[in-house]
Design a protein around this ligand. Structure first.
Ligand code: FO1
Length: 314
C-alpha cells in the first residue's frame, strides 16, 4: 500500500473503473476520491439513473457484473421483462432487478431534497466503500450528441439505443453554465497530492467534468500534478467509441491527440508501451502496459503509476 498520498481521480464508466479497482488495492481507500461524470445520467421509468456513479460504486464494492462492466453481478430482469409484456414498454435500456433498488432509493432521496452528492455518499456507505465517490456536480448537465444523420441525441439514446452508430459532429453539455462543483468534490481536488484522469473517453466521460464552471481553472491551479492515463492503445480504444468519435471530430486516434486535448491542465501522461513514445513540452511521460484484463493487471498498473508519482513528489 502507498503510504501518505491523497489521490483524486476524474473518471467515467467502465474503462476508468478498472483503474479505480486497482487503485483501491494500492492506496488506502480513505485517501482515494473519485470525481465522476454525471453527463450520462438520465430519467427512465420515473427513476434517476446515474450509470457512471453506479459503475464506479459497484466496481469498488466488487459486485459489478464482470461480463458487462456495468450493472450488478448475478442480476435478473424480471421487472423489466414484465413491463415490456404488460405495457409494451420499449426496454432497450436494461435495468436489472437488484439494480432497481439503487435507482428507487436514489430517486426517493432526491425527491426528499437530498443532493446527488449526499445520496451517493449514503449509497457508498451502505455498500461498505470507504473511498469517496463524488458526482462532478449536483445539477443536471446531460450530454447531448449532435449527430449528422439523426440530429441531437441524448447520451443514452446515442450510446445504448443507437449503439454509438450515428456520426458525431459536436457534443454539448446542457445547462453546464448553471452547474457548480460540489463542496466535497472541490475539497477532494484541493486536498489531493496527485490528480489522475482515468483512461475514460476524454470526449464523452471527462469533457462533461471539465465543463463544470471553474473545473478547468481549478485543475490548472492546484498544487498537485495532473496525470492522465491513455485510453488509446495502438490507435484503438480497448472498449467503446473513443477512436470512432476522434475520427468523426477530425482527429487521428492516438495517445498524442488525447494528451493534446488535455493541454493546459496536464503535468504527466501515462502512455501505453505499444504506442509510439511521446515527448510533450512540460509533461512527464511514463511508458507502461495500460491494458487491464485481470485484477492483477489493474493492481500492477495502479502500483506503477503510484510509485511513479511517489518518486516524482519525493
Ligand atoms: N449499457 C448498455 O450498453 N446497455 C444497457 O442496457 C445498459 C443499461 C445500464 C443500466 C444501468 C447502468 O448503471 C448502466 C447501464 N449501461 C448499459 C451502461 C451505461 O449506459 C454506459 O456504460 C455508460 O453510460 C457509459 O459510461
Amino acid at each position: 500500500m502507498a503510504l501518505e498520498l491523497n489521490i483524486t481521480v476524474l473518471i467515467g464508466g467502465v474503462g476508468g473503473a478498472k483503474l479505480a479497482r486497482g487503485l483501491a488495492e494500492v492506496v488506502p481507500p480513505p485517501r482515494l476520491s473519485f470525481i465522476v461524470n454525471t453527463g450520462d445520467d438520465f430519467w427512465r421509468y420515473g427513476l434517476k439513473i446515474c450509470p457512471d456513479l453506479d459503475t464506479v460504486m459497484y466496481t469498488l464494492a466488487d459486485i459489478v457484473n464482470p461480463e458487462t462492466g456495468w450493472g450488478l453481478a448475478a442480476d435478473s430482469s424480471a421487472a423489466l421483462d414484465s413491463m415490456a409484456r404488460l405495457y409494451g414498454v420499449d426496454n432497450w435500456f436494461r435495468l436489472g432487478d437488484k439494480d432497481l433498488a439503487t435507482h428507487l432509493l436514489r430517486t426517493q432521496r432526491l425527491r426528499e431534497g437530498e443532493s446527488l452528492s449526499q445520496v451517493t455518499a449514503h449509497l457508498s456507505r451502505q455498500l461498505g466503500i470507504s473511498a469517496r465517490i463524488l458526482p462532478m456536480t449536483d445539477a443536471e448537465v446531460p450530454t447531448i450528441l449532435n449527430t449528422i444523420n439523426e440530429g441531437k441525441l441524448p447520451f443514452q439514446d446515442y450510446f445504448v439505443r443507437r449503439r454509438c452508430a450515428p456520426i458525431v459532429q459536436s457534443i454539448m453539455h446542457k445547462n453546464a453554465e448553471r452547474a457548480a462543483i460540489p463542496e466535497r468534490a472541490r475539497a477532494a481536488l484541493l486536498n489531493a497530492d496527485a490528480l489522475l484522469i482515468a483512461p475514460s473517453n476524454p470526449w464523452l466521460s471527462i469533457a462533461p467534468i471539465l465543463s463544470v464552471p471553474g473545473m478547468r481553472a481549478l485543475l490548472s491551479r492546484v498544487r498537485a500534478p495532473v496525470i492522465a492515463v491513455t485510453p488509446i492503445i495502438g490507435g484503438e480504444a480497448v472498449k467503446g467509441p473513443t477512436a470512432k468519435i476522434m475520427r468523426e471530430l477530425g482527429l487521428r486516434p492516438s495517445a498524442a491527440a488525447v494528451a493534446e486535448y488535455y493541454q493546459g491542465i496536464l503535468d504527466g501522461f501515462v502512455n501505453d508501451s505499444r504506442n509510439p513514445p511521446m515527448e510533450l513540452p512540460g509533461v512527464q511521460v511514463l511508458q507502461s502496459d495500460t491494458l487491464m484484463r485481470t485484477l492483477e493487471d489493474k493492481i500492477r498498473l495502479a502500483q506503477e503509476i503510484v510509485h511513479w508519482i511517489e518518486g516524482w513528489l519525493s
